[in-house]
Design a protein around this ligand. Structure first.
Ligand code: AP5
Ligand code: MG
Ligand code: ZN
Length: 213
């Protein structure tokens, strides 16, 4: 099963991807996490992506598509994946369809997590991430059990460099211009599940699981 998570920055893609991956025994493949890992390890890929991410722009398709397709080709993905943050424009969606079709596979569903802009800004302002496993927390709504430490792996929590007000504004602009057209495209393909993304993360997860059944 291949499921795409669509939604604006802060909609809860990462939060839901972790929960769904556990429940459905699928692997979370998050393009943003892959870039941040590359950045932390100072690889060539990380160096190429850095400037775009800091500005809130999309990393060019040729870099992003290759990175994600390589990740999807690894053996742990053989039963499918929860795709978080990819595809993010029509070109990426086409490349993904083509790569899956070559293996006799396809995207089963695209889950669109819908959240108001005010709520997105509030969420991104209070977000903390695990440096080790990338699990997201919120200082008010979902704090870790021990301050500064990840519940899942004990890793150190940090705030993302692109969660400042200026970059968030740019990320939202890019989302509306380049990514949101995918919503219609998956709707036309009969694959879209539109989910109300406000309320607790557990409530949202319940809605997603119910819609997927
Ligand atoms: P990426 O890492 O994908 O960031 P994003 O799309 O901007 O989304 P976020 O990760 O910010 O939000 P999320 O939806 O995962 O929310 P989360 O669950 O953390 O991309 C970063 C950059 O990498 C891009 O700008 C681009 O440069 C590059 N990039 C990545 N993919 C690319 C691609 N395909 N092509 C080109 N470039 C690419 O939740 C947010 C906060 O809210 C957390 O604090 C969380 O705890 C909290 N929260 C979650 N759910 C709830 C809830 N129900 N109620 C209250 N709080 C909640
Ligand atoms: Mg995320
Ligand atoms: Zn962790």
């Amino acid at each position: 099963m291949y499921i795409i998570l669509l939604g604006a920055p802060g909609a809860g893609k990462g939060t839901q991807a972790v929960m769904m991956a556990e429940k459905l025994k699928l692997v979370q493949v998050a393009s943003g996490d892959l870039f941040r890992q590359a950045l932390a390890q100072q690889t060539g890929l990380g160096k190429k992506a850095k400037g775009y991410m800091e500005k809130g722009q999309l990393v060019p398709d040729e870099i992003t598509i290759q990175m994600v397709l390589e990740r999807l080709a690894r053996p742990d993905v053989k039963n499918g994946a929860i795709l978080d943050g990819f595809p993010r424009n029509i070109q990426q969606a086409k490349a993904l369809d083509k790569a899956l079709a070559a293996q006799g596979k396809k995207i089963d569903k695209a889950v669109y997590i819908k959240v108001s802009e005010g709520e997105l800004l509030k969420r991104l302002g209070g977000r903390w991430i695990c440096r080790n496993c990338q699990a997201p927390y919120h200082e008010v709504d979902s704090p870790p059990r021990a301050k500064g430490k990840c519940d899942r792996c004990g890793g150190e929590l940090y705030q993302r460099a692109d969660d400042n007000v200026t970059t968030v504004k740019k990320r939202l602009e890019v989302y509306f211009a380049e990514t949101s057209p995918l919503i219609d495209s998956y709707k036309r393909a009969g694959k879209l599940l539109e989910i109300q993304g406000e309320g607790s993360a557990a409530d949202v997860n319940g809605r997603i699981v119910a819609a997927l059944r």
